[in-house]
Design a protein around this ligand. Structure first.
Ligand SMILES: [Zn+2]
Length: 71
């Protein structure tokens, strides 16, 4: 999948995206949430709204990003 953030990724591909440093970095550089394309994304490349809607295992991956650990 090379479709980066033109319209957000499907929810079921979020686990893949959170393991992909390029995709997270791109979301942060463009300040565009990977899921919904809102602005004000955090360290995980997600906005606070999507971040708060995560469940494990995506949540664990996002928490790692927020802790500065990465994928
Ligand atoms: Zn979002």
């Amino acid at each position: 999948m090379d479709r980066l953030n033109s319209e957000g990724i499907p929810r079921d591909q979020l686990g893949y995206a959170l393991r992909n440093r390029k995709m997270v970095m791109f979301a942060r550089q463009t300040d565009t949430c990977m899921l919904c394309c809102r602005n004000n994304v955090g360290e995980s490349g997600l906005c606070s709204y999507c971040y708060s809607s995560l469940d494990p295992p995506e949540l664990e991956l996002a928490v790692k990003w927020n802790a500065g650990v990465g994928p």
